[in-house]
Structure formats: structure tokens, C-alpha cells
Write a protein that binds this ligand. Structure first.
Ligand code: HEC
Ligand code: HEC
Length: 297
């Protein structure tokens, strides 16, 4: 009996140690973080492509209000309520953060204290961004107004409130490789669009279904998903369903009007407003990529 208990205890210990190791936060090697400071003007483009204001500015913020990143509305999900924090440059936000700390938050989902972030912060997409774009974005954020006040922490149910467990989830779903293997002769616009959609644009976070563990189902990339806001579906935007021309897609992203002159609705309203801040070339690239992804019915 004593030997059995000792054996069991040993197994539990080994399991706990193994569990602790596989859930450990993984940070970027120093060489993968940009060495030179970023550029504010270039960073503005990444800010709009990345949609930071949609979650970190006050709900319904307009104009310059979108640049006050004091923490936005709670994101209610089946796992609990996630609170986007203050990421303004003030003491209640990112004051004192180094570029490496910011980069590890953006591309590895790890906080300066070594805690895992919840993937409600779409770092699984941001992980595909370049170090230079992260540096530019960081420079841009520092040029924005400081906002006082920290929003209250989110309310997350057990066992999801144990952040350490996210380490295991990341082993399954945090992958910075491109999702779609483009042909060697793919035009540059398609490649640029791939970067914007798969990386900063994080379009799949809404437009792709999820696996039972909440990871993005890459086999149905951009093929539509149940709407977390409640009713209906988020549309399939692969050529298997979306028959608009590339010019019509680019125009929708610019103006918010479909080819049938319906206006954009739901959570796409904020995304479209961000897309309207990009250049025609960037919107054309996004459209070219959407025409090039595998068609899913
Ligand atoms: C879909 C909503 C959403 C979008 C879009 C989003 N974030 Fe967040 N972000 C969050 C949430 C939620 C958290 C908190 C996660 C947690 O508590 O683990 C967070 C946390 C962060 C943090 C950590 C802050 C801290 O105090 O530890 C940083 C930095 C950050 N986001 C930057 C950005 C930037 C820059 C962008 C745009 C490129 C962005 N986020 C876009 C939801 C979002
Ligand atoms: C926050 C969730 C969300 C994100 C992120 C998102 N979308 Fe959407 N998208 C939607 C919803 C919801 C609709 C349906 C809009 C409507 O009903 O008017 C939609 C509609 C669309 C449509 C029109 C499809 C149709 O058949 O009407 C296109 C094109 C589109 N999105 C492209 C994109 C691109 C490109 C990105 C990334 C840059 C993106 N979306 C990111 C939620 C999202």
C-alpha cells in the first residue's frame, strides 16, 4: 500500500512538473525583436489595419475618440467576459514598457510579468506580423493621448481563469506561419493581402469557424462562422460563396456599401471604418488575396 501511494504520488508529481513545463510562457528570442525604434507614420497604417481601437477605445467612439485607448467594452464569450485594458501611453497604460515587452504581448501573448494573455486579444493573428511593423505600431501608440484609469479586470469562469493553462492552448494554436500556401508565381498584391488579412487584419478571428477547443479551424479558412454576438452567421468570404469582383470587395471595404447598395452591418461596421483608413493599394491587396484563397462552399 505504501509503495502504491508513493508510486501514485510520484506520478502526480511528474505530471505536475510536465504540466508546468508545457504551459510555460514562451517569449521571442532577442534577435527577433526590432533593434531600431519604429516610425510613427508607418505605425498609423498598422494601427488601422490591426483594429486596435475597435476593442481598446470606448464603445462607439468616433473621430479622435478612437485614439483614446483607455480600455473598451467587455467582450462577452462562452468562456467569460474579457476586458481590453488601457493601452494608452500613460501610467495606467503602457508607460514604461519596452519594445521587447510590447512585441512579446503582440506576437507571443505574454505579459511583461510573464503571464499568458487570453486569446480574446487576437495575438494568434498578430503573431504573423513583422518585427518592423510591431516597432512602428509601438511608436504610433506612444504618440497618442495618455488616458487615466484602469478598467476593472474581466470576469472569467473556472477553469479558464487559470491563465497558466493557456500555455497548453498556445502549443496547439499559436503558430506564426502563413496559413495559405500561395503558388510560387502569386502576384505581389496577393502576398501583400495575405499579410494584411492573416496578420494585423485578423479577419479569420470572426470569419473562420473554431475547433472544439476554441482554435481557428484552418481547413475552413474564412468560410464563415456562427456569430458570437448572437443571431445569424458571419459570412463566408472565400470565392466559394462571395462572388463579388476584387474591385467590388475593395470598394465595400472603402465605402461600406455592397454591390447591391446595402450598407455594412453588425461587427463589420467597425472593421470597415478601420479599412477605410487604409490606402486603395492596401484594400486592393486584401481583395486580391480574398479572391485567391481556396473556395469553400
Ligand atoms: C478583439 C479585441 C481586441 C483587439 C482587436 C485588440 N486587442 Fe489588445 N487586448 C484585448 C484583450 C481582451 C486584452 C486583455 C487580454 C487578457 O486579459 O489576457 C488585450 C490586451 C492587450 C495588451 C496587453 C496590455 C496589458 O496591460 O497587459 C496590449 C499591449 C494590447 N492588447 C495591444 C493591442 C494592439 C496594439 C492592438 C491592435 C493591433 C490590439 N491590442 C487589438 C482585446 C483586443
Ligand atoms: C469582429 C468580427 C469581424 C472581423 C474581425 C472581420 N469581419 Fe468581415 N464581417 C463581419 C460580419 C458580422 C459581416 C456581415 C456584415 C453584414 O451583415 O452587413 C462581415 C462581412 C464581411 C464582408 C461582406 C460579405 C458579404 O457576403 O456580405 C467582407 C468582404 C468582409 N467581411 C471582409 C472582411 C475582411 C477583409 C476582414 C479583415 C480585414 C474582416 N472582414 C474582418 C465580421 C467581421
Amino acid at each position: 500500500m505504501r509503495r502504491l501511494l508513493a508510486g501514485l504520488f510520484g506520478l502526480i508529481l511528474v505530471g505536475a512538473v510536465a504540466g508546468w513545463i508545457v504551459t510555460a510562457p514562451v517569449t521571442l528570442p532577442d534577435a527577433q525583436v526590432a533593434q531600431a525604434p519604429g516610425d510613427t507614420t508607418r505605425g498609423a497604417r498598422i494601427f488601422w489595419a490591426g483594429g486596435c481601437a475597435s476593442c481598446h477605445a470606448e464603445k462607439g467612439a468616433k473621430g479622435d475618440g478612437k485614439l483614446k485607448l483607455g480600455g473598451g467594452a467587455v467582450l462577452a464569450t462562452q468562456f467569460g467576459d474579457f476586458q481590453p485594458p488601457n493601452i494608452s501611453p500613460g501610467p495606467d497604460g503602457l508607460a514604461g514598457w519596452t519594445l521587447a515587452e510590447f512585441d512579446n504581448a503582440m506576437r507571443r501573448g505574454v505579459s511583461p510579468q510573464g503571464r499568458h494573455y487570453y486569446p480574446a486579444f487576437p495575438y494568434t493573428s498578430y503573431a504573423r506580423m513583422t518585427a518592423a511593423d510591431i516597432a512602428d505600431l509601438f511608436a504610433y501608440l506612444q504618440s497618442l493621448p495618455a488616458v487615466a484609469g484602469k478598467p476593472a479586470e474581466g470576469d472569467i469562469a473556472f477553469p479558464f481563469n487559470i491563465r497558466r493553462g493557456i500555455g497548453l492552448w498556445k502549443r496547439l494554436y499559436l503558430d506564426d506561419a502563413p496559413v495559405i500556401a500561395l503558388p510560387a508565381d502569386a502576384p505581389q498584391a496577393v502576398r501583400d493581402g495575405q499579410y494584411l488579412v492573416e496578420g494585423p487584419g485578423h479577419c479569420s478571428e470572426c470569419h473562420a469557424p473554431r475547433t472544439q477547443f476554441g482554435g481557428i479551424d484552418k481547413a475552413n479558412w474564412l468560410a464563415g462562422a456562427p456569430n458570437p454576438e448572437g443571431k445569424g452567421m458571419i459570412p463566408n468570404i472565400t470565392p466559394g460563396k462571395l462572388t463579388w469582383s476584387a474591385a467590388e470587395i475593395a470598394d465595400y471595404l472603402k465605402t461600406g456599401f455592397t454591390p447591391e447598395y446595402d450598407s455594412v452591418g453588425g461587427t463589420m461596421v467597425a472593421v470597415q471604418a478601420n479599412m477605410a483608413q487604409l490606402t486603395d493599394a492596401d484594400r486592393a491587396a486584401i481583395a486580391a488575396y480574398l479572391k485567391a484563397v481556396p473556395a469553400v462552399k
